[in-house]
Unconditional design. Structure first.
Lengths: 323, 363
């Protein structure tokens, strides 16, 4: 409003034209808002429409079947292994990346000196700009052999958890490796968003805590976390969204197996996005439709995750003490 | 408003120039086509599409042919054998590249596309699949189909397994797990490898013979280059790749023993296996049946052939004027000679003579 009134005063246009401009602007912005909904609806409609033919032909259970042969006779495919791989790799990536990311954000915004903090912030932002194929290649060429020591150690000491038990004594292109790469990929997102939120904590809160004799950690615990929690959750959810949908890096790293294997360091693993990337080129008619059906599930999955995140943020915001 | 006219006029002028350019080219086309009939320079432009297995061979041939005949444009799209056959049938291309002989219904549809005479298969590009491995201290490795099947379905898991040791006496095989690699994307290479095992050891290899890898165990990598780089970076690994990847890389290829002795994976040995194939087509149609169980001392058995599919007679004149000289060049000793350098397998012997006479018969 303030801006439009300054324009009026400087350019001496009549009141009617202001109203017209106002109306045009509100029309354009409403249109832009509606466009998002239309695009979402169009994507959903496209996914549903194109996945129907394969779902009709599928002789396996679409949700539990652990194989992928849509172009075979009979056509059998299911997303069991894909859902498992997608969710598990994203969860592991989150557990690794969120604490570290928040730690980076706390260090940059509260602990580090001015010069160090700005260069660190710059570097984390730079990490976000690295193309995902680079992460994939780096994972294959460096992390694959580089992480073997850790995986062997995990097998030796926490092998009893099944998750890190490697029955083959073979450490290679596994779900665990993909999760490691994913965690590094989502780290900058988590760190950057958390940093922004922490910077918004009212200085009064922090100073009050320190004035009451709190240590730095107590200040973080009592003043920063309550205020920044919703923002940190949304940072984690943004990271989760990227982890769920990440395609080419995981396609390069995973062994693309259609089995649910809880032994995460054994070769295997597959995700929705990786499977679509790997199968699309050579798929037949039913195969393409089946891939789109799996894409539909990924679409619903990410939508649900985001909605749950919104819900959590909305609920927490009331109690954050920010207002 | 006046200055707006200038860009419009410029666009119109440019358009006129482009149109003029087009008609010039058209005239040049028809003019030179008459000349080609008289045995002089070839000109014109054709489209072709199909098998991606022969993509590099095509690129090489097209390059060489176009630089010898500057008036020619050949556009080969490597969109897969099935799509290539469909494009040819739908009259969109002058010939198709296919890794397999057409099925009956495809043949009927392709025949219908040709004004007169049937659509024929002309085998021009051979290929071989090597079993590449990376094991320190093992410079020579011999495998039989049974052992290959065992390694690739994870029933043999250690390098010093007695079954491997028995075939490789005197070789120091490590006591290490076998890191087996296959393709994680769908691929004709996987299909050919699958069908080799299904033909030689049908009892052991009961998995789906398709473009997707379905056998248990192992690790998947994307593309032949992905498999090759996984093999290079992983010790004690083994995988299947196209022959070209072992010719220029650090990888070694296993010798395959089909019962007639260990055969090295070389272009020459693969050419022998292809030359021994049975022709199943009649007349100028040279559809082949390869014998994966071939057990001769100098025939490498894991091979494939890519055909060019075109009309024996009845191809439109402007297409024939390019297709025929191009295929003549590709089937010449010179054209086939290029193949070996880039990791393909040439057609040799009697089969090449038959191919050349089939190409000669195109009209």
């Amino acid at each position: 409003m303030a801006e439009s009134s300054t324009t009026t005063s400087t350019s001496s246009i009549s009141g009617a034209s202001v109203r017209r401009g106002d109306r045009a602007f509100s029309g354009v912005s409403r249109g832009a808002g509606l466009l998002v909904l239309v695009i979402m609806a169009a994507i959903a409609a496209f996914l549903i429409w194109r996945s129907i033919p394969s779902l009709a032909e599928n002789t396996g259970n679409f949700l539990t079947e652990q194989s992928w042969n849509p172009d075979g006779d009979p056509s059998v495919f299911g997303i069991g292994a894909l859902l498992f791989g997608t969710v598990v790799s994203a969860i592991i990536a989150m557990t690794l990346a969120v604490p570290v990311g928040i730690g980076i954000a706390l260090f940059i915004s509260l602990y580090a000196g001015r010069r160090l903090s700005s260069s660190l912030a710059f570097i984390t932002d730079l990490l976000a700009a690295v193309p995902s194929i680079i992460f994939g290649l780096w994972g294959l060429e460096v992390l694959l052999s580089g992480s073997e020591g850790i995986q062997v150690w995990l097998n030796d000491w926490v092998g009893w958890t099944i998750l890190f038990d490697n029955r083959l004594d073979l450490y290679g292109k596994s779900l665990f490796l993909a999760s490691l790469v994913l965690s590094i990929m989502i780290l900058p997102t988590v760190a950057a968003v958390s940093r922004e939120v922490i910077l918004q904590v009212p200085p009064g809160h922090k100073e009050a805590a320190l004035a009451l004799g709190a240590t730095r950690w107590e200040m973080v615990k009592m003043a920063v976390f309550p205020f920044a929690k919703p923002g940190m959750i949304s940072a984690a959810m943004l990271g989760l969204g990227r982890a769920l949908g990440e395609t080419i890096a995981v396609a390069l790293i995973l062994s693309a197996k259609f089995e649910v294997n809880w032994h995460l360091t054994e070769p295997g693993g597959n995700t929705f996005a990786a499977n679509i990337a790997l199968k699309w080129n050579e798929a037949g008619t039913t195969g393409l439709s089946a891939l789109i059906a799996s894409g539909l599930v990924l679409f619903v999955l990410t939508l649900t995750v985001n909605m749950v995140a919104r819900y959590i943020i909305a609920r927490r915001a009331e109690f954050s003490g920010a207002n | 408003m006046k200055h707006r006219l200038i860009p419009t006029a410029a666009v119109a002028a440019a358009l006129a120039l482009t149109l003029a350019g087009c008609s010039d080219a058209d005239q040049a086309d028809t003019g030179a086509t008459g000349g080609a009939g008289g045995g002089t320079a070839v000109s014109g432009s054709i489209k072709a599409s199909g098998s991606s297995a022969q993509k590099n061979a095509m690129a090489e041939w097209v390059n060489a042919f176009q630089s010898a005949n500057p008036e020619v444009t050949i556009d080969y799209q490597a969109n897969g054998s099935g799509a290539g056959i469909q494009d040819f049938t739908n009259n969109q291309t002058a010939f198709a590249g296919s890794d397999a002989v057409m099925k009956d219904e495809e043949q009927a549809a392709a025949d219908a596309r040709c004004a007169s005479g049937p659509a024929i298969h002309i085998p021009l590009v051979g290929g071989a699949i090597a079993i590449a491995y990376n094991v320190d201290g093992v410079d020579s490795l011999t495998l039989t189909p049974e052992v290959i099947a065992g390694i690739f379905d994870s029933s043999i898991t250690k390098w010093n397994d007695p079954k491997i040791a028995e075939l490789n006496q005197g070789v120091a095989l490590p006591d290490a797990p076998i890191a087996q690699f296959h393709r994680s994307d769908e691929s004709g290479t996987t299909q050919n490898f699958n069908s080799y095992l299904a033909a030689t050891v049908p009892d052991a290899w009961t998995y789906e013979v398709g473009k997707a890898w379905t056998a248990p165990g192992g690790q998947g990598s994307k593309g032949s280059d992905g498999v090759a780089s996984s093999l290079t970076s992983t010790k004690n690994s083994i995988g299947y790749v196209e022959l070209s990847f072992v010719l220029d890389g650090d990888l070694k290829a296993a010798k395959v023993d089909n019962g007639g002795g260990a055969v090295e994976a070389t272009s020459a040995n693969a050419a022998n296996a292809i030359a021994a194939a049975t022709v199943t087509g009649s007349g100028n149609d040279l559809g082949l049946e390869l014998d994966p169980t071939i057990a001769e001392a100098n025939a490498y058995p894991i091979v494939l052939v890519t055909y060019q599919i075109t009309c024996e007679t009845g191809l439109p004149a402007e297409q024939l004027d390019v297709v025929k000289p191009f295929l003549q060049y590709a089937s010449s000793t010179e054209g086939q000679g290029i193949l070996e350098e880039i990791g393909y397998v040439p057609i040799t012997g009697d089969l090449l003579t038959k191919v050349q006479s089939s190409v000669e018969a195109l009209s």
